[in-house]
Write a protein that binds this ligand. Structure first.
Ligand code: SAM
Length: 258
Protein backbone atom coordinates (compact mmCIF):
# COMPACT_ATOMS: atom_id res chain seq x y z
CA UNK A 1 0.00 0.00 0.00
CA UNK A 2 1.30 3.44 -0.85
CA UNK A 3 2.05 5.25 2.41
CA UNK A 4 0.68 8.69 1.51
CA UNK A 5 -2.53 7.14 0.16
CA UNK A 6 -3.33 5.42 3.46
CA UNK A 7 -5.71 8.01 4.83
CA UNK A 8 -7.60 8.31 1.59
CA UNK A 9 -7.96 4.53 1.26
CA UNK A 10 -8.99 4.21 4.91
CA UNK A 11 -11.63 6.94 4.41
CA UNK A 12 -12.94 5.34 1.23
CA UNK A 13 -13.35 2.01 3.02
CA UNK A 14 -14.54 3.70 6.24
CA UNK A 15 -12.00 1.97 8.39
CA UNK A 16 -9.23 3.13 10.72
CA UNK A 17 -5.62 2.84 9.65
CA UNK A 18 -4.82 0.03 12.10
CA UNK A 19 -7.30 -2.24 10.38
CA UNK A 20 -6.24 -1.29 6.86
CA UNK A 21 -3.71 -4.16 6.43
CA UNK A 22 -6.52 -6.58 7.32
CA UNK A 23 -9.01 -5.26 4.78
CA UNK A 24 -8.05 -7.79 2.08
CA UNK A 25 -8.94 -10.51 4.62
CA UNK A 26 -12.20 -8.87 5.71
CA UNK A 27 -13.28 -8.15 2.14
CA UNK A 28 -12.07 -11.43 0.60
CA UNK A 29 -15.59 -12.63 -0.24
CA UNK A 30 -16.45 -9.47 -2.18
CA UNK A 31 -15.39 -8.61 -5.68
CA UNK A 32 -17.41 -5.44 -6.10
CA UNK A 33 -16.44 -3.03 -3.33
CA UNK A 34 -19.47 -0.84 -2.92
CA UNK A 35 -20.42 0.23 -6.43
CA UNK A 36 -23.44 -0.64 -8.56
CA UNK A 37 -21.34 -2.65 -11.00
CA UNK A 38 -24.23 -4.35 -12.82
CA UNK A 39 -25.96 -1.06 -13.50
CA UNK A 40 -22.75 0.55 -14.72
CA UNK A 41 -22.22 -2.31 -17.14
CA UNK A 42 -25.74 -1.92 -18.44
CA UNK A 43 -25.56 1.86 -18.99
CA UNK A 44 -22.18 1.60 -20.70
CA UNK A 45 -23.80 -0.76 -23.20
CA UNK A 46 -26.14 2.02 -24.25
CA UNK A 47 -23.25 4.49 -24.77
CA UNK A 48 -21.64 2.44 -27.48
CA UNK A 49 -24.30 3.50 -29.94
CA UNK A 50 -23.49 7.20 -29.30
CA UNK A 51 -19.78 7.04 -29.81
CA UNK A 52 -17.20 4.27 -30.28
CA UNK A 53 -15.55 3.49 -26.98
CA UNK A 54 -12.07 2.00 -26.89
CA UNK A 55 -10.13 3.17 -23.86
CA UNK A 56 -11.64 3.39 -20.41
CA UNK A 57 -10.26 4.50 -17.06
CA UNK A 58 -11.47 3.16 -13.70
CA UNK A 59 -10.27 5.40 -10.89
CA UNK A 60 -10.14 3.64 -7.53
CA UNK A 61 -10.74 0.34 -9.31
CA UNK A 62 -10.38 -1.86 -6.22
CA UNK A 63 -10.37 -5.49 -7.36
CA UNK A 64 -11.32 -4.46 -10.88
CA UNK A 65 -14.94 -5.64 -10.69
CA UNK A 66 -16.24 -2.80 -12.87
CA UNK A 67 -13.45 -2.55 -15.44
CA UNK A 68 -12.86 -6.28 -15.92
CA UNK A 69 -16.55 -6.96 -16.48
CA UNK A 70 -16.75 -4.05 -18.95
CA UNK A 71 -13.74 -5.36 -20.84
CA UNK A 72 -15.05 -8.93 -20.84
CA UNK A 73 -18.45 -7.80 -22.10
CA UNK A 74 -17.53 -5.08 -24.60
CA UNK A 75 -13.88 -5.66 -25.46
CA UNK A 76 -12.55 -2.26 -24.35
CA UNK A 77 -9.03 -1.59 -23.18
CA UNK A 78 -9.09 -0.62 -19.52
CA UNK A 79 -6.71 1.07 -17.14
CA UNK A 80 -7.51 0.70 -13.45
CA UNK A 81 -5.79 2.80 -10.79
CA UNK A 82 -5.68 1.92 -7.10
CA UNK A 83 -3.17 2.27 -4.29
CA UNK A 84 -4.10 -0.93 -2.47
CA UNK A 85 -1.79 -3.56 -3.95
CA UNK A 86 -3.61 -6.67 -2.62
CA UNK A 87 -6.75 -5.46 -4.41
CA UNK A 88 -4.79 -4.99 -7.62
CA UNK A 89 -3.32 -8.49 -7.32
CA UNK A 90 -6.86 -9.79 -7.07
CA UNK A 91 -7.80 -7.71 -10.13
CA UNK A 92 -4.94 -9.26 -12.12
CA UNK A 93 -6.13 -12.72 -11.09
CA UNK A 94 -9.73 -12.03 -12.09
CA UNK A 95 -8.57 -10.55 -15.40
CA UNK A 96 -6.62 -13.67 -16.25
CA UNK A 97 -9.48 -15.97 -15.16
CA UNK A 98 -11.67 -14.15 -17.67
CA UNK A 99 -9.01 -14.14 -20.39
CA UNK A 100 -8.88 -10.36 -20.63
CA UNK A 101 -5.47 -9.66 -19.03
CA UNK A 102 -4.10 -8.44 -22.37
CA UNK A 103 -6.78 -5.71 -22.40
CA UNK A 104 -6.35 -4.58 -18.79
CA UNK A 105 -3.63 -2.59 -17.13
CA UNK A 106 -3.74 -2.12 -13.36
CA UNK A 107 -1.55 0.60 -11.92
CA UNK A 108 -0.57 0.96 -8.29
CA UNK A 109 -0.74 4.72 -7.86
CA UNK A 110 -2.54 7.37 -5.90
CA UNK A 111 -5.48 8.44 -8.02
CA UNK A 112 -5.06 12.06 -7.01
CA UNK A 113 -1.59 11.96 -8.50
CA UNK A 114 -2.74 10.09 -11.64
CA UNK A 115 -5.45 12.64 -12.45
CA UNK A 116 -3.03 15.52 -12.02
CA UNK A 117 -1.93 14.68 -15.59
CA UNK A 118 -4.42 15.06 -18.43
CA UNK A 119 -5.49 11.97 -20.41
CA UNK A 120 -7.75 11.34 -23.36
CA UNK A 121 -9.85 8.32 -22.43
CA UNK A 122 -13.25 7.71 -24.02
CA UNK A 123 -14.81 6.97 -20.65
CA UNK A 124 -13.79 7.54 -17.04
CA UNK A 125 -15.52 5.84 -14.13
CA UNK A 126 -15.55 6.84 -10.48
CA UNK A 127 -17.49 4.16 -8.62
CA UNK A 128 -18.02 4.25 -4.87
CA UNK A 129 -15.19 6.68 -4.17
CA UNK A 130 -17.36 9.23 -2.37
CA UNK A 131 -15.86 12.66 -1.90
CA UNK A 132 -12.25 11.74 -2.63
CA UNK A 133 -11.88 14.92 -4.72
CA UNK A 134 -14.12 17.02 -2.43
CA UNK A 135 -17.36 18.44 -3.79
CA UNK A 136 -19.10 17.09 -6.91
CA UNK A 137 -17.95 20.23 -8.71
CA UNK A 138 -14.31 19.47 -7.86
CA UNK A 139 -14.86 15.81 -8.72
CA UNK A 140 -16.17 16.59 -12.17
CA UNK A 141 -13.40 19.15 -12.66
CA UNK A 142 -10.86 16.35 -12.12
CA UNK A 143 -12.73 13.73 -14.14
CA UNK A 144 -13.11 15.93 -17.19
CA UNK A 145 -9.30 16.22 -17.42
CA UNK A 146 -9.23 12.47 -18.07
CA UNK A 147 -11.47 12.31 -21.15
CA UNK A 148 -11.44 14.00 -24.53
CA UNK A 149 -14.17 16.39 -25.58
CA UNK A 150 -17.34 14.33 -26.26
CA UNK A 151 -16.06 11.59 -23.91
CA UNK A 152 -18.10 10.16 -21.04
CA UNK A 153 -17.85 10.31 -17.27
CA UNK A 154 -19.71 7.96 -14.93
CA UNK A 155 -20.11 8.79 -11.26
CA UNK A 156 -21.68 6.14 -9.06
CA UNK A 157 -22.72 7.93 -5.89
CA UNK A 158 -25.93 9.68 -4.79
CA UNK A 159 -27.63 12.72 -3.28
CA UNK A 160 -29.43 13.65 -0.07
CA UNK A 161 -33.12 12.80 0.19
CA UNK A 162 -33.66 15.76 2.51
CA UNK A 163 -31.60 18.70 3.79
CA UNK A 164 -28.43 19.90 2.17
CA UNK A 165 -25.74 18.54 4.46
CA UNK A 166 -24.97 15.29 6.24
CA UNK A 167 -22.85 15.37 9.36
CA UNK A 168 -20.90 12.16 8.85
CA UNK A 169 -17.23 11.54 8.10
CA UNK A 170 -16.57 11.20 4.34
CA UNK A 171 -20.13 12.30 3.54
CA UNK A 172 -19.42 16.04 3.37
CA UNK A 173 -19.81 16.18 -0.42
CA UNK A 174 -23.47 15.10 -0.39
CA UNK A 175 -26.02 17.78 -1.30
CA UNK A 176 -29.67 17.80 -2.23
CA UNK A 177 -30.65 16.79 -5.75
CA UNK A 178 -30.78 20.25 -7.34
CA UNK A 179 -27.43 21.31 -5.93
CA UNK A 180 -25.84 18.01 -6.94
CA UNK A 181 -27.00 18.42 -10.52
CA UNK A 182 -25.90 22.05 -10.52
CA UNK A 183 -22.40 21.00 -9.46
CA UNK A 184 -22.19 18.08 -11.89
CA UNK A 185 -23.08 20.33 -14.83
CA UNK A 186 -21.09 23.35 -13.65
CA UNK A 187 -18.67 23.15 -16.61
CA UNK A 188 -21.40 22.94 -19.22
CA UNK A 189 -21.32 19.15 -19.62
CA UNK A 190 -24.55 17.27 -20.17
CA UNK A 191 -26.07 14.54 -18.02
CA UNK A 192 -27.28 12.01 -20.55
CA UNK A 193 -28.46 9.32 -18.16
CA UNK A 194 -29.29 8.93 -14.51
CA UNK A 195 -30.01 5.57 -12.91
CA UNK A 196 -31.51 5.08 -9.48
CA UNK A 197 -29.35 2.56 -7.64
CA UNK A 198 -30.95 2.62 -4.16
CA UNK A 199 -33.09 -0.48 -4.38
CA UNK A 200 -30.41 -2.75 -5.83
CA UNK A 201 -27.68 -1.52 -3.49
CA UNK A 202 -29.88 -1.89 -0.41
CA UNK A 203 -30.05 -5.66 -0.77
CA UNK A 204 -26.45 -6.06 -1.87
CA UNK A 205 -25.13 -3.95 1.01
CA UNK A 206 -26.95 -6.08 3.60
CA UNK A 207 -25.70 -9.26 1.94
CA UNK A 208 -22.12 -7.97 1.94
CA UNK A 209 -22.41 -6.88 5.55
CA UNK A 210 -23.17 -10.48 6.58
CA UNK A 211 -20.10 -11.72 4.71
CA UNK A 212 -17.90 -9.07 6.31
CA UNK A 213 -19.28 -9.87 9.77
CA UNK A 214 -18.38 -13.54 9.38
CA UNK A 215 -14.82 -12.67 8.34
CA UNK A 216 -14.69 -10.21 11.25
CA UNK A 217 -15.45 -12.98 13.74
CA UNK A 218 -12.78 -15.16 12.16
CA UNK A 219 -10.24 -12.35 12.38
CA UNK A 220 -11.10 -11.64 16.03
CA UNK A 221 -10.48 -15.30 16.89
CA UNK A 222 -6.95 -14.99 15.44
CA UNK A 223 -6.20 -11.44 16.59
CA UNK A 224 -7.87 -10.68 19.92
CA UNK A 225 -6.05 -7.32 20.00
CA UNK A 226 -8.10 -6.19 16.98
CA UNK A 227 -11.46 -6.97 18.58
CA UNK A 228 -12.40 -3.35 19.27
CA UNK A 229 -11.28 -2.09 15.84
CA UNK A 230 -13.16 -4.86 14.07
CA UNK A 231 -16.33 -4.33 16.08
CA UNK A 232 -16.10 -0.56 15.47
CA UNK A 233 -15.73 -1.20 11.75
CA UNK A 234 -18.74 -3.56 11.65
CA UNK A 235 -20.81 -1.04 13.61
CA UNK A 236 -19.86 1.70 11.13
CA UNK A 237 -20.80 -0.56 8.22
CA UNK A 238 -24.18 -1.23 9.83
CA UNK A 239 -24.66 2.50 10.34
CA UNK A 240 -23.65 3.11 6.75
CA UNK A 241 -26.31 0.70 5.52
CA UNK A 242 -28.88 2.67 7.55
CA UNK A 243 -27.63 6.02 6.23
CA UNK A 244 -27.68 4.75 2.65
CA UNK A 245 -31.23 3.51 3.10
CA UNK A 246 -32.64 6.52 4.99
CA UNK A 247 -30.71 9.62 3.96
CA UNK A 248 -29.22 9.04 0.53
CA UNK A 249 -30.75 8.28 -2.82
CA UNK A 250 -28.24 6.17 -4.70
CA UNK A 251 -27.69 7.36 -8.26
CA UNK A 252 -25.30 6.91 -11.06
CA UNK A 253 -24.85 9.61 -13.61
CA UNK A 254 -23.51 9.43 -17.13
CA UNK A 255 -22.17 12.81 -18.14
CA UNK A 256 -20.89 13.77 -21.55
CA UNK A 257 -18.06 16.28 -21.70
CA UNK A 258 -18.84 19.18 -23.99
C1 SAM B 1 -15.03 1.56 -1.93
S1 SAM B 1 -13.71 0.98 -2.91
C2 SAM B 1 -14.41 0.98 -4.54
C3 SAM B 1 -13.65 0.09 -5.47
C4 SAM B 1 -14.23 -0.12 -6.86
N1 SAM B 1 -14.50 1.12 -7.55
C5 SAM B 1 -15.46 -1.00 -6.81
O1 SAM B 1 -16.55 -0.45 -6.92
O2 SAM B 1 -15.32 -2.21 -6.64
C6 SAM B 1 -12.63 2.38 -2.98
C7 SAM B 1 -11.28 2.06 -3.62
O3 SAM B 1 -10.56 3.27 -3.80
C8 SAM B 1 -9.21 3.05 -3.47
N2 SAM B 1 -8.63 4.35 -3.09
C9 SAM B 1 -9.08 5.22 -2.15
N3 SAM B 1 -8.32 6.31 -2.14
C10 SAM B 1 -7.36 6.13 -3.08
C11 SAM B 1 -6.27 6.92 -3.54
N4 SAM B 1 -6.02 8.13 -3.03
N5 SAM B 1 -5.50 6.44 -4.53
C12 SAM B 1 -5.74 5.22 -5.06
N6 SAM B 1 -6.75 4.42 -4.68
C13 SAM B 1 -7.56 4.88 -3.69
C14 SAM B 1 -9.25 2.01 -2.35
O4 SAM B 1 -8.03 1.31 -2.24
C15 SAM B 1 -10.41 1.14 -2.80
O5 SAM B 1 -9.97 0.08 -3.60
Amino acid sequence: MLANSEKSIADSLEVNKRLLPHMPFLLQDLWVLGSSADQIIEVVGSLKSLSPLKKILDIGCGKGAVSIQLVARYGFQAVGIDAMSPFLEEAEKKGSERNVSHLCQFINQDIREYVSNDHDYDLVILAALGGIFGSFQNTIAKMRTQVHSGGFMIIDDGYLKKGNHLNRKSYGHYKNYDNTIWELTFFGDRIINQVDTSEVSKNINREYLDLIKRRGEELISKHRELKKDINDYIRLQEEECDVLENDIEGALWVIRKR
